[in-house]
Design a protein around this ligand. Structure first.
Ligand code: SRM
Ligand code: SF4
Length: 570
């Protein structure tokens, strides 16, 4: 298909979606946020501002557990906000960790939540404390700019230094790319940090002056970038709009294979929406990578669909115009060509757990968390344990893309202190006592905070796994690494379509069961059965585990087995 000429990106598309118009009249993301956040009549904000606050890193939500009761009592929903930090590469210092812990207690719901994109979220913050929350983040040299919204989001990067000697060299690229693609509007600083007014659009003025990359209308939709170091695909690089695959020779970074057009979200009832894995299109050098990312974002800005937000992700732009057209357009904008793809291989999307040493004599501890939720319970006070570790300044904290945590750069003599603290607060650091299924599980937030959730995920998957472990035990599969992922809806925040077992919520207690993704993240799964309740899920998987145990090929993963015997066979 021939690509049309780009839309003038600083002029709103006349029949653009409602969000396009909100951006258009927002004066570079300011709107009337100041007044609305002071309005004492309601704990909510206006419809326009529900969209605008996303660009500032937060979402308006309500407690869905009490929504009906409140409706019956004619009360407004129990509104609060979720805010998401921008943490390129997922690293927080011990001091920052302490400050984030304090935010969760002072303003939030006493939990912190590591996300599937290495960021940290706080839930349950009331409208009138958002400004103080953002100021507290700022005091820790952190922000939530671009945590959400139609811009480039948190840039991910393999966090565990013990996985590759390239780690330290790659890590700064997450920060550099994030900074390079950050909106330049000063709205965030003015509104939340009381900084003097920045430059605004004057009548007839040029959008490029204020937002050189994004213009007045920003991107048509969210945009995501991840960097990973083979053989580890712990960033699920193919799920990203841009995936950068680090290539080394003799231990030295040569550059990145560039993959484009990944995205996992689908909408039930919209057959024209689908998950797509990124296509690897070529190789660029470290010096070229910022420019490559910048121009890919620019192409999506100019050609992405601004009418229908269900079809506005970059993956649809690519499929609409074709990869050949895209590569040509990119080369023209770059003024050079990407060179041929360099060979690489992925083996896993999982995290490493337990202690590991790097050549500098420092130690790193991979901790498996239950879906990134950091909290204290009666039996286990993980939040307190991590706070104590941070207070003693024993390490830095690196969040993984699988909702886990790595305590990095621990001196040999401090290992025992960390072990002691974790034990004292009831946390078992050794993940080998967990089943392979549990170690490789992801669940999105879903209920009670996510407005899109149709079913439980984070609050239900642990129990479902306990029931599945009974089956695994029957067939001696408890230690088998099997990747299970659950989301409360088809948006795919827990990357459920990349699970060897994927469960996608349809309605309370019912899920679509997907099977057959690869263990290394390069193949999507396929819908196996629709609208299954727990009994049906347990029974279907019990049968599959039985045949897997008895007829699998040597070293065949569960996903490959199901793909060969069921999906491909069908
Ligand atoms: Fe997501 C929307 C949570 C990673 C695809 N996501 C949401 C919202 C904000 C619901 C909403 O629209 O109001 C969820 C907030 C729940 C809550 O209460 O916290 C939400 N997404 C999450 C997190 C926290 C899931 C988690 O359990 O960790 C992840 C935060 C990542 C971050 O730090 O930025 C999260 N979301 C993802 C991923 C995974 C990834 O990026 O690797 C995806 C699939 C990849 C992709 O983008 O295609 C994902 N989220 C979506 C979508 C579908 C987008 C689409 O293309 O259709 C939505 C809905 C939307 O954007 O309209 C969504
Ligand atoms: Fe919410 Fe759906 Fe994302 Fe889960 S997958 S957090 S239910 S939007």
């Amino acid at each position: 298909m021939t690509a049309p000429s780009p839309k003038a990106w600083n002029v709103v598309v006349p029949n653009g979606s409602a969000v396009e118009h909100i951006k258009d009249r927002s004066d570079y993301l300011r709107g009337n946020l100041v007044e609305d956040f002071l309005n004492p009549i309601t704990a909510a904000v206006s419809e326009d501002n529900v969209q605008l606050v996303k660009f500032h890193g937060f979402y308006q939500q309500d407690d869905r557990d009490v929504r009906l009761q409140r409706q019956e009592k004619k009360l407004e929903p129990a509104h609060s906000f979720m805010i998401r930090l921008r943490v390129p590469g997922g690293e927080l210092s011990a001091e920052q960790w302490q400050k984030m812990d304090a935010i969760s207690d002072t303003y939030g719901n006493h939990t912190m939540r590591i996300t599937t994109r290495q960021a940290l979220q706080f839930h349950g913050i009331i409208k009138f404390e958002m400004k103080k929350t953002i100021q507290a983040m700022h005091a820790a040299a952190l922000d939530s700019i671009s945590g959400c919204g139609d811009v480039n989001r948190n840039v991910m990067c393999t966090p565990d230094p013990s996985l590759s000697p390239l780690s330290a060299e790659i890590f700064p690229y997450a920060e550099k790319i994030s900074e390079h693609l950050l909106p330049r509007s000063r709205a965030y600083h003015e509104i939340w940090l009381d900084e003097p007014a920045g430059r605004r659009l004057v009548a007839g003025g040029e959008a490029e002056e204020v937002e050189p990359l994004y213009g007045k209308h920003y991107l048509p939709r969210k945009f995501k970038i991840a960097i990973t170091i083979p053989p580890y695909n712990d960033m699920d690089v193919y799920a990203n709009d841009i995936g950068l695959i680090a290539i080394a020779e003799n231990g030295k970074l040569q550059g990145f294979n560039v993959a484009v057009g990944g995205g996992l979200g689908m909408t039930f009832g919209r057959e024209d929406t689908y998950a797509r894995l990124a296509s690897v299109i070529g190789f660029c050098t470290p010096e070229q990578v910022l420019k490559v990312c910048y121009h890919i974002v620019g192409i999506q800005r100019d050609f992405g669909n601004r009418q229908d937000r269900k079809l506005s992700r970059f993956k649809y732009t690519l499929d609409q115009y074709g990869l050949d057209w895209f590569k040509q357009e990119l080369n023209t904008r770059l003024g050079f060509e990407l060179t041929p793809i360099r060979p690489f291989e992925f083996t896993t999307t999982g995290d490493r757990f337990g202690w590991s040493e790097t050549t500098d004599g420092l130690w790193h501890l991979g901790l498996r968390l239950e879906y990134g939720r950091i909290l204290d319970t009666e039996t286990q006070q993980l939040k307190t344990a991590l706070l104590e570790i941070a207070r003693a300044n024993l390490c830095s904290f690196r969040m993984t893309g699988n909702q886990n945590l790595v305590l990095v750069n621990v001196k040999p003599e401090d290992k025992v202190v960390i072990k002691g603290l974790l034990k004292q607060y009831g946390y078992e650091a050794d993940a080998s006592h967990l089943s392979g299924l549990r170690r490789n599980s992801i669940a999105c937030v879903a209920l009670n905070t996510c407005p899109q959730a149709m079913a439980e995920a984070e609050r239900y998957l642990p129990d479902l796994i306990t029931k599945l472990e009974a089956s695994l035990d029957k067939y001696s599969l408890r230690q088998e690494d099997i990747k299970i992922r659950m989301t409360g809806c088809p948006n795919g925040c827990g990357r459920s379509v990349l699970g060897e077992i994927g469960l996608i919520g349809k309605s309370p207690g019912r899920y679509n069961l997907y099977l057959g993704a690869s263990f290394n993240g390069d193949r999507l799964n396929t819908l196996y059965r629709e609208n299954q309740d727990e009994k049906a899920i347990l029974s279907a998987l019990d049968g599959l585990f039985a045949s897997f145990a008895s007829t699998r090929r040597t070293k065949e993963s569960f996903g490959d087995f199901v793909q060969r015997t069921i999906i491909a066979a069908a």
